[in-house]
Ligand binder design. Sequence first.
Ligand code: AHE
Ligand code: ZN
Length: 375
Amino acid sequence: TTGKTITCKAAVCWGAGEPLKIETVEVAPPRAHEVRIKILYTGICHTDEYTRSGKDPEGLFPVILGHEGGGIVESVGEGVTGVAVGDHVIPLYTAECRECKFCKSGKTNLCGKVRTTQGQGLMPDSTSRFSINGQSIHHFMGTSTFSEYTVVADVSVVAVNKSAPLDKVCLLGCGITTAWGAVMKQNGIKGSTVAVFGCGAIGLGVISTSAIVGASRIIAVDTNPGKESWAKKMGATDFVNPTKLPEGKRIQDYLIEVTDGGLDFTFDATGNVHVMRAALEACHKGWGVSTIIGVAAAGQEISTRPFQLVTGRVWRGSAFGGVKGRTEIPGLVEDYLKGTLRIDEYVTHHRKFAEINEGFHDMHAGDCIRCVVDM
Ligand code: AHE
Ligand code: ZN
């Protein structure tokens, strides 16, 4: 290509557990089927912290994290047809090539085209576009939105309506879409009972979407009492703090009691494997379905008595809400613009790029749903 290398600022994590450091990085021009994006805003998600902390078995360093961004296409490589210079775009950590076995199956949103190199922190041709004084820096989740400029595969980006504010719709890059899809891609939630474990951005999004589709009862579960008002505002009918139950009472037993045998649907939005078990066991015998959304740390495993499944409970999970990003995110942006999809409410904190580490700290505070960084 004819493009030039861009020198800009990026937040680099040099090693597991280290804070991010704002560095001057060189961002090489996009190669064939690649897109260079000027990132304007990015959310911070627990998965960024998960990888920064060293808990992610796929974690590589040094790396430019970030996967919930919004920006404008600066340049495109040869053969790019899906987006053009000047388009407002959202990078996608779940690609959609429309050609691979996964994409063509009609059964999943997981695309196989770039996932292997993405997991290696590299572009599809197995090289990096980021460097500092000649040292290569890893990409992350195929997005690396903690950089003023990033390069992504053309299958990993979608253009959206330019009238949508990027400081809000950037959250469609992960949290909002993940929660929306986890509910919308399942049949039967209308008129059913639902319990949601964890009231962060994902849990609140599951509550909100369940309310919109018409769940009959939505029980929010969180150990932080401050989340009750959040959960109710998003549409929860009940709130339970499992730490406030009578001594020795397990949350699943409590929920089974108050729902005449258990929930029709439960969701884990915590990433805690003990909570995942409780969510499964809180399901109604014969038909209850429990969806795992949270990401658990390396080495963690889930367990339950197989009898729980033999007697008709179903344990499932979804990634990025089962949403095909290039096909479906433009519609979600339209829903937001029409007022039928909430996003604004989730943005509780704002940070300048220089304060991105403080943004990570905000996330741990109980009053933060999402922190959006102005690049
Ligand atoms: N790398 C981790 C797993 C991380 C993981 O599960 N990621 C979620 C998205 S988290 C968004 O905040 C996901 O969708 N994964 C699908 C995929 O293809 O990675 C590990 O444990 O190895
Ligand atoms: Zn995320």
